[in-house]
Ligand binder design. Structure first.
Ligand code: SF4
Ligand code: SF4
Length: 64
């Protein structure tokens, strides 16, 4: 299971990771919340979360 984290100091709560992850690992309660990460075991290693975060806040152990 990959280790995936969001740096709360960098995250702007934009929701891009929620929209882009094809397997729904990022969940956001509302626009004022930092997304949470659930079910990392379903990750398909597409790198969309790391590539598309405008704040470089997503840390995925398999991608720099
Ligand atoms: S894409 Fe990046 S900045 Fe936007 S909500 Fe996700 S982690 Fe935060
Ligand atoms: S690498 Fe792809 S499947 Fe895995 S958490 Fe990121 S966006 Fe989702």
């Amino acid at each position: 299971m990959p280790k995936i984290e969001i740096d709360p100091e960098l995250c702007t709560k934009c929701g891009t990771c929620v929209e882009n992850c094809p397997v729904g690992i990022f969940q956001q309660d509302d626009e004022d919340s930092i997304p949470t990460i659930q079910g990392e075991g379903g990750c398909i290693f597409c790198a969309q979360c790391v590539d598309n975060c405008p704040a470089d806040a997503v840390k995925h152990e398999d991608f720099s």
